[in-house]
Design a binder for this molecule. Structure first.
Ligand code: NDP
Length: 317
């Protein structure tokens, strides 16, 4: 049986793995079969992670974290968790390949999943002009016109990246106030390939086989219009990935996993949570990494406590 299993391989999971490995806990990291490395695998330049004054590409940063975890003895499995048994002193994790792993403690760091607009044709045209990842799909839109939906940092980042390929990039936002940071908003505003359409809600995505346009409604005047685009990049935020723990771990009103104060302790003893799955607010790589540290230290403390009680129990016999 393992001391600790870490579920998730974003900045939170890998940082927890580095700390747990350095504490001689030989953690097992379940890194997911396709989405290993987390959201940073889909970003380009990360300019705000301390220690990299020249910036670093998101996938490079995650590879470095993975190597650092492995260097200290973390074992990584690239598979998905399909079932969890969290209650009781022995926790069990079942993987997509059917393997079952047991541990005294679990660190749950599954991050968040991209939000969808909820339009009927969004799913149908996914991969045929609708995308959630400019880094992955941007190159298909060379000399094309695309729309990025959203008003946060993700939308600005996607739009700025897409100007490498597309001739025109519309940022379509449902209001005229932006969640994006001033720096990223200013960069997008200064880009002559980017045009802002504010107070506009997307009502339709058009296209028989490939996207040909979107239908917009002005949220102030109610006026409807069609915008001809060949690509739609949805960048409207993300929701915590908690489907495996519904009904088992307590959640907050925002849908994140509830933790005790500033700790990573969830409602189930021996289960710790870290990263975007507990954070409805900051969602930065560095805050996720810090949160992974907290989880590893909390798990370490928990493991020491159960080892002490086991020793006291056997001494009393
Ligand atoms: P945010 O939650 O910050 O922004 C989501 C945006 O999408 C908002 O403008 C919101 O509009 C809009 N939106 C939400 N739901 C809908 C909907 N159904 N239809 C239309 N629009 C919708 O998410 P982000 O992904 O942009 O950013 C998440 C976090 O990640 C932030 O903390 C951000 O700073 C960080 N980040 C940092 C980056 C960097 O520093 N390099 C890059 C990318 C993200 P409204 O405002 O009206 O609610």
């Amino acid at each position: 049986m393992r001391h600790v299993i870490i579920i998730g391989s974003g900045p939170a999971g890998y940082t927890a793995a580095i700390y747990a490995a350095r504490a001689n806990l030989a953690p097992l990291v379940i890194a997911s079969s396709v989405e290993f490395g987390g959201e940073l695998m889909k970003t380009t330049e990360v300019e705000n992670f301390p220690g990299f004054p020249e910036g670093i590409m998101g996938p490079d940063l995650m590879t470095r974290m993975q190597q650092q975890a492995e260097k200290f003895g973390a074992e990584i499995i690239y598979d998905d968790v399909v079932a969890l048994e969290l209650e009781g002193p022995v926790k069990a994790v079942t993987l997509g390949n059917g393997d079952r792993h047991e541990a005294h403690a679990i660190i749950y760091a599954t991050g968040s999943a991209y939000r969808k607009l909820g339009l009927p044709d969004e799913e149908r045209l996914s991969g045929y002009g609708v995308s959630w990842c400019a880094t992955c799909d941007g190159a298909f839109f060379r000399q094309k016109t695309v729309a990025v939906i959203g008003g946060g940092d993700s939308a600005m980042e996607e739009a700025t990246f897409l100007t490498r390929f597309a001739d025109t990039v519309y940022i379509v936002h449902r209001s005229d106030t932006f969640r994006a940071s001033a720096a990223m908003l200013d960069r997008a505003r200064a880009d002559e390939k980017i045009q802002f359409i504010t107070n506009a809600r997307v009502q339709h995505i058009y296209g028989a086989e490939l996207v040909t346009g979107i239908g917009l409604i002005d949220t102030v005047t109610g006026e409807e219009r069609t915008l001809d685009v060949q690509g739609v990049f949805v960048a409207i935020g993300a929701d915590p990935r908690t489907h495996l723990v519904h009904g088992v771990l307590e959640l907050t009103e925002q849908g994140t996993i509830a933790v005790d104060g500033r700790s990573s302790r969830t409602s189930v003893p021996g289960v710790f949570a870290a990263g975007d799955v507990v954070d409805p607010t900051y969602k930065q790589a560095i805050t996720a990494a810090g949160s992974g540290t907290v989880a590893a230290l909390d798990a370490q403390h928990y493991l020491e406590t159960i080892a002490d009680s086991a020793r006291a129990g056997s001494a009393a016999v």
